[in-house]
Design a protein around this ligand. Sequence first.
Ligand code: ADP
Ligand code: MG
Length: 322
Amino acid sequence: MDRYESRADTVVVALGGNAILQAGQRGTAAEQMANVRTTAFEIANLVAAGWRVVVTHGNGPQVGNILLQNEEAQHTVPPMPLDICGAESQGMLGYMIAQALGSALAARGVPRPVAAIITQVMVDPHDPAFSNPTKPVGRFYPEEEAERLKTERGWTMKKTDKGWRRVVASPDPLAIVEAAAIERLVDAGVVVVASGGGGVPVVVRDGTLVGVEGVIDKDLAGQRLAADVRAGYFLILTDVPRVKLFYGQPNEMELAQLTVSEAKAYLAAGHFGVGSMAPKIQAAIRFLEAGGREAVIAALGAGIAALEGRAGTRIVPDESNG
Ligand code: ADP
Ligand code: MG
């Protein structure tokens, strides 16, 4: 694989769900906007510190609510498929983040143009994920309704603690369709918000791009975005201060730094939660192997400290061991 020449001043910041909706909140517009404003100030501080920033973000609860609205209103308004709901969530969150960020940058004395890009991400139609759907989406259903949805809509339903839930494929992101547009905006000094919710998964069918049912992991898609803009740094802001070994066990232990080789070994040994921490570590490994300098996983609020090596877990190339 060709490695890119990374830019020391460029960071892709991946915002976790807690940047937009905090645990226990209902998800009103006011709640989400307030969270986004706080996050926007953290990003503005990064820009003020001299970073060229590209933002990506999750969309789990938001796309879940859009799906629910579609379902509740299905006899009045034709429901939209998952790819279009994903694009809707990018529009809604992109609007909120771009608006809040534009204001925060101006208030911080570092005005910059901001643009949110509705992003499509190419996936392989033969990705094994399509025959083994794992990503839960939407609401919980009682068993009889789950059975009906299986036959009527062809959904895959899985039993959880709280009831049955639809699961969809989580295919690997291959390429960002809007890469050329994003690159040009970043080069022109625009703060870009892209690949929200991992982007809308698309495939080429008979020479045409078409959306597919699935959810791409936002951290893995964030890595593709980082490679496209040749970012030197990849900052994943989530709801834990550091990555842990033996997570949730009595002997759990925080990691301040790990090399790519260590990250691979711990990943293979199952230290990281499937669908939560594992894709972040996988994305960090890919980021460094593609040419990135350092990936940092830290808590929302600790962004600057994390980039300065004072917080979070740094994943570094093997040669910087020690
Ligand atoms: P985000 O919305 O930021 O992507 P996720 O829930 O997907 O958040 O991932 C963060 C979560 O990963 C943490 O809240 C934690 O519960 C979980 N997790 C799983 N394994 C680990 C680990 N080894 N160390 C730290 N957190 C872990
Ligand atoms: Mg996640």
